[in-house]
Write a protein of this length. Structure first.
Length: 136
């Protein structure tokens, strides 16, 4: 048995990424303090999710706090742990933590962002995220 992967196998196992810029206007008011946005980028079937990186070039202001989770539509925080703040500009990014849900994708997924504020989503006056998702 050859201990080295073929070049085709190696190419299939490279880290890949998808990136999307999301503005405040792209979010749907989910009622009360929640805004949601299903991304247009796809994590493909059979991918192994590695990490999420999020930059906040424009803070989600207008309320007294704003936190972010990234899910898959059924597991609301599949792609992160904790609830990192997006209430302040974070040009170098916010720590999303390790994935909390299943890393292997049995189906293609368009991730969903959920931003939760302290009182009412309608009070948010600004916000922009740059979301990059890494997988093999």
């Amino acid at each position: 048995m050859n201990q080295y992967a073929s070049s085709a196998d190696a190419a299939n196992k490279q880290v890949k990424s998808v990136t999307e810029v999301v503005n405040l206007a792209d979010f749907t008011d989910g009622g009360a303090a929640v805004g949601t946005k299903q991304l247009s980028v796809v994590i493909p079937q059979d991918a192994v999710f590695l990490a999420a990186a999020v930059k906040v070039p424009v803070a989600f202001l207008g309320d007294t706090s704003a936190v972010l989770i990234i899910g898959d539509g059924s597991d609301t925080d599949r792609y992160n742990t904790g609830t990192p703040s997006v209430f302040a500009v974070a040009a170098n990014g916010v720590a999303m933590g390790i994935p909390s849900g299943a890393m292997v994708h049995t189906a293609a997924v368009k991730p969903t962002l959920t931003v939760t504020t302290a009182a009412d989503w309608g009070s948010v006056t600004s916000g922009r995220l740059i979301v990059t998702l890494y997988y093999i």
